[in-house]
Write a protein that binds this ligand. Structure first.
Ligand code: NAP
Length: 256
């Protein structure tokens, strides 16, 4: 297959937090499109290994690398491993992110704020910095793409649930615009997807595993989304099919 969404054979994609959920779906689809894939994970080695094994069983190339992407030393090691094992990076998907128990703003303490900023904002900044050092023509690179996984929460604010998480995704949106303009003339495109309510395990972190099903009747399409539907948008943004798109946002939120 050689259409504009397929890899030419030398693409290397690093997806943070790819052991499950949207990251895992993106890793599997990227491999199917011919990309070599790094499946980053923080703790769940079995889940990340299962994603890599599924890719290899289908004839693809993948590597699982443990790294907490909120830590700069671990991010440096993660990118160095990709350099050595898969070759020059062509695409980064900043997917890792977390939320915490549904709360009102006045119940959120300093430690939680710092965890939420780190997992959703610091991670994206640290990984983007490593990607730019490798991809930017200013640094001798051949260009590339960065996709940030933001959230519809950045537009909606998530009242009574997690205003901290929504605000962190607002920061990701601002970084998407700012970095896109900073590197637009250096061969790097930076865009974001903003998923709505997607069926993954993240909702259990908020204390309500069945959140998507509870809210589904009130959603415009009367259903939540699947991780694979978000992965399609991410793959579009890292493909040449989106070659004139940078600093942009794809809402994958069923009209929400
Ligand atoms: P998920 O099922 O909870 O998966 C998150 C993954 O990220 C896990 O595999 C986790 O790995 C990894 N991770 C978390 N912190 C990490 C860190 N510091 N370093 C490395 N890996 C880390 O979440 P998801 O629903 O797929 O969400 C993926 C992204 O989409 C997140 O940015 C989320 O905010 C965003 N999003 C999700 C929804 C939704 O409804 N699901 C909606 C909008 C946006 P371990 O298990 O190994 O810790």
């Amino acid at each position: 297959m050689t259409d504009s969404t397929s890899a030419a054979g030398n693409e290397v994609v690093l997806i943070t937090g790819a052991g499950r959920g949207i990251g895992a779906a993106t890793a599997l689809l990227a491999a199917r499109r011919g990309h070599r894939v790094c499946v980053n994970y923080r703790a769940d080695e079995a889940a990340a290994t299962a994603v890599v094994e599924a890719i290899r069983a289908a004839g693809g190339t993948a590597l699982a690398v443990r790294a907490d992407v909120t830590r700069s030393a671990e991010v440096e090691r993660l990118f160095a491993t990709v350099d050595a094992e898969l070759g020059p990076l062509t695409a980064l998907v900043n997917n890792a992110g977390t939320l915490e128990k549904q709360s009102r703003l006045e119940e959120i303490d300093e430690d939680r704020l710092n965890r939420i900023w780190a997992s959703n904002i610091t991670s994206a900044f640290l990984c983007a910095a490593q990607a730019v050092r490798r991809m930017s023509t200013r640094h001798g690179g051949a260009g590339g793409t960065i996709v940030n996984v933001s959230s519809a929460a950045s537009r909606l604010g998530s009242p009574n649930e997690y205003v901290d998480y929504a605000a962190a995704k607002g920061a990701v949106d601002s970084m998407t615009r700012g970095l896109a303009l900073e590197v637009a003339a250096e061969g790097i495109r930076v865009n974001a997807v903003r998923p709505g309510l997607i069926h993954t395990d993240i909702h259990a972190l908020g204390g309500e595993p069945g959140r998507v099903d509870r809210v589904a009747p009130d959603l415009p399409m009367r259903r939540g989304g699947q991780p694979e539907e978000v992965a399609e948008a991410i793959l579009f943004l890292i493909s040449p099919a989106s070659s004139y798109m940078t600093g942009g946002f794809l809402d994958v939120a069923g009209g929400r």
